[in-house]
Every structure is written in C-alpha cells, then in structure tokens.
Design a protein around this ligand. Sequence first.
Ligand code: GSH
Length: 221
Amino acid sequence: MITVWGRRNSVNVQKVLWTLEELDVPYTRENIGGSFGGNRDPDFLAMNPMGLVPVIRDGDVTMFESNAIVRYLTARYGAGLLRPQDHRGLAMAEQWMEWQQQAFSPAVAAIFMNTVRSAPENRNAAAVATGEKQAAEALRIADSWLARHDWFAGSAFSFGDIVMGALLWRFMGLDCAKPDTPHLLEWLESIEAREPFRRAVTAVPRAKNLADWNRIEKETA
Ligand SMILES: N[C@@H](CCC(=O)N[C@@H](CS)C(=O)NCC(=O)O)C(=O)O
C-alpha cells in the first residue's frame, strides 16, 4: 500500500492524491506539514531533506517532489490511462508539466502567499501585482493551446492536466486579477466534473484569508 505524507490543503499533495484517485491505486495518507508539523522531524527529513510535502513510499521507493511523484505513479500504474503511449502525446504532457512548475506556479505562489497566507499588514502588494502579470501572461499561452487542443497532451486527458488542474483551480479562487481565458475555463469545467478531482482537490474548500485557511486545514484533516 502506498503511503502519502502531506496535508490535504497543499496543492502539491493534491496533485499526488488526484493521480492516485484517477488510477484507483490504494493509499494511506498522514497529515504532515502546516499546523500538523512533523516535517522537520528527523524521520521525515530522512525521507525528504527539504522538509516539504508531499513524500510518498511505494515499496522500495521513497521520494519527494510532486511532479516527479506524478510522473513515477503514471509510469508505474498509468500507462494508457494518464500517461500517453504515443511519443507526441507524452512529449506534450511533459512539456506542459514542466511549464506549470516553471512559468505558472511561481506566479500563483506570489499571489497566494501575499493574500490568503499572510495577515493584511504583512502583504506585499508589489509581489501580488508582479504575480498577476506573470499569471496573465502564462495563462494566455495555455489558453491559446487549449483553443486548438482538448487537453494538454493533445487528444486525451493525462498527467499534464493533473498538475495544471490542481493549480488553476486554486488560482481561480484567489482574490486577484484574472485574464480572459475562455478555453482554459472550459477545460477547467471538464476537470471539475471528474470525480477523482473532486475527492482530491475540491473536497478542500478554497480559503480567502489566513483564518479561513487555518480553519479549513483542521476541518479537512
Ligand atoms: N517542489 C516541491 C514543493 C513542495 C512544497 O513547497 N510543499 C509545501 C506545501 S505545498 C510545504 O511542504 N510547505 C511546508 C509545510 O507544509 O509545512 C513539490 O512540488 O513537491
């Protein structure tokens, strides 16, 4: 049985849980990180010296880094389901996964950490404005791709949609400027209709502020 270490309100943990739900692979989960702590304990640091979640153990494999975990799980359990078997589909899923981490994720993090995750007096408005600009540029690029393709890998749902879906859903709940991206929103609607996505992602409501965040973290533990 696979073990996942990580709190449910972490978007990086959610990518992993959603992948496992899509693949119907059994797992257990331990609350680590945030108000649960434990991520600086020696046992945890032995699994991930970064002290971050998620971490998984699958038999003789213990690993960290959410996108690498998603790749591993789909390589091991998801051929033909989440992992494209044609070389072009796989190339596109990989490309968009990398892009999610490099181009979109830092923008969302800047906005999120300076809105939901900080008290009003500690917020950095300039960081939010830069994040909004970067997110808009990134999402227009994704929208243009989805104007021509049903999914990030092209013609079928894949791990590329998983890493983007979890983060875009979080971004759409933030109190910030959003670009006009009709194709991306249509794609997100089809993501939201997926039962595994609901179990792993939308089951944890989006928080508007720090108090909300702390309450939801406990309620959805
Ligand atoms: N690049 C890493 C980032 C992991 C990361 O930043 N995890 C955050 C939660 S999203 C964390 O562990 N924060 C500390 C905590 O939860 O206490 C990944 O994708 O797994």
